[in-house]
Design a protein around this ligand. Structure first.
Ligand SMILES: C[S@@+](CC[C@H](N)C(=O)[O-])C[C@H]1O[C@@H](n2cnc3c(N)ncnc32)[C@H](O)[C@@H]1O
Length: 245
């Protein structure tokens, strides 16, 4: 007999073909349904790091902590500051690891609350903000000036999630990633959320995953690293990209 889960009060079949249980396939299916339900419940909007709102699912923050501890970058460049949560998170992990590194966060319109959150944290001296469109040449000029000859860079993309903007960001920021280094693209889950209550129909084609597929097809120097799918529950499926050449 197929088990059923209640989501939004309505019983929902997990799948017409997979029995609920503990097989690898059933676990993967449950994880994917759980991810979709958590995203739709907006619980990810309630996550905080050291008191600052951070728009990430907790398992993805844990993965980022592990990635930073593995790669040990001197500089983390992110797009999408919002209220400063990930900037503070990345800066705090660098400090805990004893890395004298910094975070550069690029945001099209810096929210005054983000500035306050960063100033109030213990990491303001490590976080540099650039205001502007992450695809613009002006922003990249400022970024190159801040980076200088820095090589150990980790890129985290979390700004405008449209297909066109994401593809532009992937192309523009891939040049900063050293061989063996990583570029993380968040919210690739959007495509799968297209048919869900809070998802947008356009996300089937106008979201990070379609941009990621096009970028990977045109750029053989980057590959999705499946090692970072290990928790199964992630808002960034296939989004951990390793530069291999
Ligand atoms: C999903 S939020 C970032 C969340 C943040 N990384 C966190 O986890 O707390 C996306 C942010 O990207 C910014 N953004 C949108 N378009 C942008 C662009 N073209 N360039 C830079 N930032 C942009 C938005 O203003 C918003 O603050």
């Amino acid at each position: 007999m197929l088990s059923k889960l209640g989501v939004y009060g309505n019983p929902m079949r997990i799948s017409s073909t997979i029995q609920l249980g503990y097989s690898p396939q059933a676990t993967a299916e449950l994880a994917r349904q759980w991810t979709k339900a958590m995203w739709n419940s907006s619980l990810w909007k309630k996550v905080h790091w050291l008191g600052v709102p951070v728009q990430q699912w907790p398992t993805d923050l844990m993965l980022m902590q592990e990635l930073i501890a593995t790669v040990r970058p001197n500089c983390i460049v992110e797009t999408g500051l919002y209220l400063g949560g990930t900037a503070v998170f990345y800066a705090s992990i660098l400090r805990l690891l004893g890395i004298d590194g910094r975070v550069i966060s690029i945001e099209i319109q810096i929210n005054p609350t983000a500035r306050k959150n960063i100033e109030a944290s213990s990491f303001a001296d490590r976080i540099h903000l650039i205001e502007g469109d992450s695809k613009s040449e002006a922003v990249h000029e400022r970024l190159r000036a801040l980076l200088g000859c820095e090589q150990d860079i980790l890129i985290c993309l979390d700004s405008d999630h449209s297909y066109a903007h994401t593809l532009g960001e992937l192309r523009a920021f891939s040049r900063y990633v050293p061989i063996g280094g990583y570029m993380v693209l968040f919210d690739t889950i959007c495509q799968e959320l297209a048919g869900t209550p809070n998802g947008q129909r356009s996300w089937t084609h106008d979201s990070p995953m379609t941009a990621l597929e096009e970028f990977l097809a045109e750029n053989r120097n980057f590959q999705t690293d499946p090692a970072w799918e290990k928790f199964m529950v992630t808002f960034a499926p296939r989004g951990f990209l390793r530069r291999v050449g």
